[in-house]
Each structure stands twice: as structure tokens, then as C-alpha cells.
Design a protein around this ligand. Structure first.
Ligand code: S3P
Ligand code: PEP
Length: 427
């Protein structure tokens, strides 16, 4: 269950923020590496993993079903697969990655696996993945709304074959099914049917990582993924720094006219760095990649933008914060499904940015943000780490932004308050 509320006054910046930041590994890559390692035919090592609530709960869940996960070394986690056994209880916290990636794997467990999580987790959509798993013969007991809490009665195997899913509500429905699919007896041919699937880069991360673990994957037909049955190899995964976690730090450079370098950025990335660079450049920043890392420089200009954020939807809260500080209006669209993220992010941003003084129009799939002089006020996080990040970015420029609960940042970056205070002190 979440820790008690931690109110926090966002520090304001005295001048340009200039810093090099070292951030932990990608949440999305760490989660995938853990699942693939659990299903592999030998031990794996995960280098530079993210140690945060989402990934430590994932490790705990895997332990509960018989996988040895040693997280004692911060830089190298070791995973030793074993026979997957229930009964087990899984606390998903508020992690979409756990509630969508583990039910398919639980179908491969011999015995029942119960899933539940934070109060907000019960509002997050799960029905499409439950229906698809049921169509594949997996027995699932779920609440009346087909969300959490639920129990997967694993039979020790899933036959697999052909299945359909509506993944318009979350790319994680597809990722979750694909990550376990090589271990289905017949593999899986999965077809998406419905409005477009968001977060395409996360789907590519899934198929990249599956192939890197030895799976044979075909994604040549749009909205169709084929995973051949076969073993997954144990291997060493090296996790990239988390790009979405870095975004508030980049935003600090943009808001203050400084420069922030994310150290350790790889030459080739599995995260959507091109999409983010294009957006930040349009907003007025200069983005460069050097031997030192990925650098975002504020130019003193912050422009309003019109953008479809469906590919980078988890970045919407911080991009909205930048938009509220820009010199002209923005429209951020294409993200209806983020109403099912940690909170209804469109409604939450509309409410909190309005309280600070911005002019907001809410659309079903996004927001129009009209910058106006902002004032300090209490900023509700709704238990959402990225709402806290958004408040922190605005707080650099606006005195008196009081975040209701900075503790929610533990979901993906427990060190956030300290790192942020250090950053603001370097302004
Ligand atoms: O697969 C993943 O690791 C993720 C996929 C995306 O989910 P949605 O497609 O639900 O937005 C993203 O927003 C989330 O933060 C992480
Ligand atoms: C949407 C997010 O998380 P989750 O993996 O819980 O869906 C996020 O981190 O912004």
C-alpha cells in the first residue's frame, strides 16, 4: 500500500539550471528484462536496473511464483528461473507493467495467482487482456468490472494459437501477451482490433527485447504480431537510463535557460528519443548527443506547440507543464487512453493547471493550454508520479507550488525529491 502523504514545496530556481544527471535504468526495460528472465531457460543478469516501487514489486511477484530474483546488488540483479508455482499473491502497486505483464505469465504457473494493488490500480483497465486470456483457455476470476482484484488459475501451460485484443486502451495489453507468448505451446498470433494502439515505441521495445532473448517475432503485418513457440535465452541485459524519468530534468533546463545532460545515454536506444527530441526542439530547446550523454539546452524561448502525443503519452504531464510556461497556446492531443493511467491524467492536469491560473480546455483526447501568469497553490498529485514531476517543473518558475504528495515519485524514481533539490540548488 502507498506510503503516507508527503507534502512538498517545489523549489524555485534562482537562475539557469546547468547540470549533468545520472539517472537509474528505464522502468519499461527493467520490467521486460525481469519477465523475459523469469521465462528463460537459464540465469540472467540485469545490469543498471531501475530500483523503484514498480520494479521491486515486479521482482517480488516473480519470487512469489518460484523465480529466484536477487536484487541485493544495486548494479546487477540476478534472475534464476525455476518451476512456476502457485498459490501466490501479487501486489501490483500502481504499476501497469505488473498488472498487464504478469497475468499471461500467471497462466503458465501451476496454481492460482491472486492480483491486487493500490486503490487507484483498481480503476485501471484490464478487461481486454482478461478477455483475450480467457479466449486462450485461461481461467480468470475477476471483479464485476473485470479489473483488479483478480485471480488467474494457472494450469501450468497455455496452448496459445490465434487471439484478438482491443489494445486501444493500452499498448501494455499487447506487450503483456507477447512477452509470455514464446512459452505458449503453439506460440501466439495476436491481432489488434479497435481504434489505434498508443505507445508504438513501447511495442517496438517489446519485440526488440523478445528477439534479443531468442524469440522469433513477426510484426510485418500492421496490428498483428506473431511469436513462434520456443525457448527464451537467459542473458545479460543492460538497461538504458530512463528517458521519461529524465524529462523533468530536461524541462528544468528549458524553463530556466540552462543545460541538462543525461549521462550514460547509449548511442542506439530502444526508447523514443527521436520523438522526444523533435518535441523539445519544437518547444524551443536544443537537443544534442555527445560522448557525455544526451543534452537539452534551454534557449530562453519556450514556444507553444500543437502535437499528437500518442507515441509518448506517458510524457504528457511534463510536456503540459512546459506548455503552461510557454509564450503561446498549445494543443496536446491523441492521448485519450491516459485517462486510464495512474489517474485520469487529462482531468487531473486540467484541474491542477487551472488552479495555478492557466487557461485550459479539456478534450476527450487531450488539452488546450493557454499560458497566463501563474500563481503558487496546492497541486494535487492523485498518487501519480508524473503529476508530481509536472508540479516540480512549474515550481522552478512559480514560487509556492505545494505538491500534495511527493512520495508518489517512488513509483519510478524514489530519489526524485533529493535529485530535484540538488538540481534547483545548481541554478
Ligand atoms: O509498456 C510499457 O512499459 C509502457 C507502455 C505505455 O503504456 P500505455 O500504452 O498504456 O500508455 C507507457 O505509457 C507506460 O508508462 C509504460
Ligand atoms: C503510464 C505509466 O505507468 P504504467 O507503467 O503504470 O502504466 C507511467 O509511468 O507514466
Amino acid at each position: 500500500m502507498p506510503a503516507e502523504l508527503r507534502p512538498w514545496l517545489a523549489p524555485s530556481a534562482a537562475g539557469p539550471v546547468t547540470a549533468t544527471v545520472r539517472l537509474p535504468g528505464s522502468k519499461s526495460m527493467t520490467a521486460r528484462a525481469l519477465v523475459l528472465a523469469a521465462l528463460a531457460d537459464g540465469p540472467s543478469v540485469i545490469e543498471a536496473p531501475l530500483r523503484a516501487r514498480d520494479t521491486t514489486l515486479m521482482a517480488a511477484a516473480l519470487r512469489a511464483i518460484g523465480v529466484a530474483v536477487d536484487t541485493s546488488d544495486d548494479d546487477r540483479w540476478r534472475v534464476e528461473p525455476g518451476p512456476l508455482r502457485g498459490p501466490a499473491t501479487v501486489d501490483v502497486g500502481l504499476a501497469g507493467t505488473i498488472m498487464r505483464f504478469l497475468p499471461p505469465l500467471a497462466g503458465l504457473v501451476d496454481g492460482p495467482v491472486e492480483f491486487d494493488g493500490d486503490p487507484h490500480a483498481r480503476n485501471r483497465p484490464l478487461r481486454p487482456i482478461i478477455e483475450t486470456l480467457r479466449s486462450l483457455g485461461v481461467t480468470i476470476e475477476a471483479s464485476a468490472s473485470d479489473g483488479l482484484p483478480l485471480t488467474v488459475h494457472g494450469a501450468g501451460l497455455i496452448e496459445g494459437g490465434e487471439a484478438v485484443v482491443d489494445a486501444s486502451g493500452s499498448s501494455q495489453f499487447v506487450s503483456g501477451l507477447l512477452l509470455s507468448a514464446a512459452r505458449f505451446t503453439k506460440g501466439l498470433t495476436l491481432r489488434h482490433q479497435g481504434p489505434p494502439v498508443p505507445s508504438a515505441p513501447h511495442l517496438r521495445m517489446t519485440t526488440h527485447m523478445l528477439r534479443a532473448a531468442g524469440a522469433v517475432v513477426d510484426e510485418s503485418v500492421p496490428d498483428t504480431w506473431v511469436v513462434e513457440p520456443g525457448p527464451l535465452r537467459g542473458r545479460t541485459w543492460t538497461i538504458e537510463p530512463d528517458l521519461s524519468g529524465a524529462l523533468p530534468f530536461f524541462a528544468a533546463a528549458m524553463v530556466t535557460g540552462g543545460a541538462v545532460t543525461l549521462a550514460g545515454w547509449p548511442e542506439a536506444s530502444w526508447q523514443p528519443v527521436e520523438q522526444l527530441s523533435a518535441l523539445l526542439t519544437e518547444l524551443g530547446a536544443e537537443v544534442t548527443r555527445t560522448g557525455d550523454g544526451l543534452t537539452v539546452r534551454g534557449t530562453g524561448t519556450l514556444r507553444g506547440i500543437t502535437a499528437d502525443l500518442s507515441e509518448v503519452s506517458e510524457m504528457t504531464p511534463v510536456l503540459a507543464a512546459l506548455a503552461a510556461l510557454a509564450d503561446g497556446p498549445s494543443e496536446l492531443r491523441g492521448v485519450e487512453h491516459i485517462r486510464g493511467h495512474e489517474t485520469d491524467r487529462i482531468a487531473a492536469l486540467a484541474a491542477e493547471l487551472t488552479t495555478l491560473g492557466a487557461g485550459i480546455t479539456e478534450f476527450p483526447d487531450g488539452l488546450r493550454i493557454e499560458p497566463r501568469p501563474l500563481r503558487g497553490a496546492s497541486f494535487e498529485t492523485y498518487a501519480d508520479h508524473r503529476m508530481a514531476h509536472a508540479a516540480a517543473v512549474i515550481g522552478l518558475a512559480v514560487q509556492g507550488v505545494q505538491v500534495t504528495d511527493v512520495g508518489c515519485t517512488s513509483k519510478t524514481l524514489p530519489e526524485f525529491p533529493e535529485l530535484w533539490a540538488g538540481l534547483a540548488a545548481r541554478s
